[in-house]
Design a protein around this ligand. Structure first.
Ligand code: 3PG
Length: 363
């Protein structure tokens, strides 16, 4: 791989009777208990099937959403806020791996048995120790297994216990999907076909705002729409003013869309400006819808933009839970050159930042 990462193929001693803790991306969107898009779940299939084939017992680790402090559990067996439960994810695995959904204690953790060789732990963000990367919490996870494999690219930008802490305590490897993300996004970073356009929308503004600034340095065009454009248009423009052009090059052009009065979509004029740029781009990286989803009469421009990226002849990369759900709903997901499971993680990686979850696998 040429990046010092230990891939799962190097985990020669994973065999029958050994337990692998496999961190995966389980942070998916739901409507009425139904998973809107399962791209993040299917992403781990190659690694999971490989480990099961080797005869390993696999315990899946994941999180869902951002439970607040009061929705977290202080002790491991306490009742949790149900809307953040991973039970629908357990059901998904039961369906796809011909299993059942049987509640079980796994060590001190609640979870589910899917098959005798496959288990899933309940949402790790129910415990403060997860996000705090607490040593004791990492240890309580690590004693459940012999090896750790990270296939959760979308959360590898977080220094959390199930991403970083645990990798320091067990022999640790990168899953196939994580390797693929690093390779594909790494190529874009090194030598993108230009013009390179980065399109950013959606929520999680505190994560994205610093990344928009970084994108000015790598992209030819930065297009910003949605909630982040509405709340921070001025700041984005000021940040852009301050950027010096790279030596021998030009700095990016930035376009920040105005929203229609309801705030649910961008204006027709800005949608046209965006589409003109998308049409001339040779590489497009997209994270975050430019309007609110599921509001039929107002998602016109959100969809127009989605269709413009999907039908472009450019190399197209898309990532982020909401974006994938939008594309899935409109059957556009298979039109992209590469689908990243990462939202914030994808943007951080492309901005040149070292992701703690990836660095932890190199130590
Ligand atoms: C995501 O949805 O981007 C990942 O699951 C990370 O979620 P977070 O921004 O809540 O850490």
């Amino acid at each position: 791989m040429g990046n010092n990462l230990r891939g799962v193929l190097r985990a020669h001693s994973v065999k029958k009777g050994k337990t692998v803790l496999l961190r995966i991306d389980t942070d998916v969107d739901f409507v009425g208990g139904k998973i809107l898009d399962d791209t993040r779940l299917t992403a781990c299939d190659k690694t999971l099937s490989y480990l099961l084939k080797k005869g390993a017992d696999v315990i899946l680790l994941g999180h869902l959403g951002r439970p607040t402090e009061s929705q977290k559990s202080k002790i491991k067996s306490q009742k949790y806020a149900e809307e953040f439960s991973l039970e629908p994810v357990a059901k998904w695995f039961a369906k796809h791996y011909k299993g059942i959904v049987e509640k079980r204690m796994i060590g001190e953790f609640e979870g589910w048995e899917i098959t005798p060789h496959l288990h899933l732990l309940e949402n790790l963000r129910f415990f403060s120790g997860e996000e705090a990367n607490d040593k004791e919490f990492s240890r309580s996870l690590s004693i459940l297994g012999d090896f750790y494999v990270n296939d959760a690219f979308a959360v590898s930008h977080r220094s959390h216990a199930s991403i970083v802490g645990i990798a320091e305590l067990l022999p640790s490897y990168a899953g196939f999907h994580l390797e693929k993300e690093i390779e594909t996004l790494g190529n874009i970073l090194k030598d993108p076909k230009r013009p390179l356009t980065v399109l950013i929308g959606g929520a999680k503004i505190e994560t994205k705002l610093p990344l928009v600034e970084k994108m000015h340095r790598i992209a030819d065009y930065v297009l910003v729409g949605g909630e982040i454009a509405e709340q921070d248009a001025m700041l984005i423009k000021v940040q852009h003013e301050k950027i010096n052009p790279p030596a021998g090059g030009k700095k990016s052009a930035v376009l920040v869309a105005d929203n229609i009065s309801s705030g649910l979509d961008i204006t027709d004029k800005d949608a046209e400006n965006f589409i003109q740029i998308l049409d001339i781009s040779k590489t497009i990286v997209w994270n975050g819808p430019v309007g609110k989803m599921g509001v039929t009469e107002t998602e016109r421009n959100t969809l127009r933009i989605a269709k413009a990226v999907a039908s472009s002849k450019a190399y197209t990369v898309v990532g982020g839970g909401d974006t994938l759900a939008l594309l899935k709903e409109h059957n556009l997901l298979n039109k992209f050159s590469f689908v990243s499971t990462g939202g914030g993680a994808m943007l951080e990686f492309l901005s040149g930042k070292e992701l703690p979850g990836i660095e932890a696998l190199k130590k």
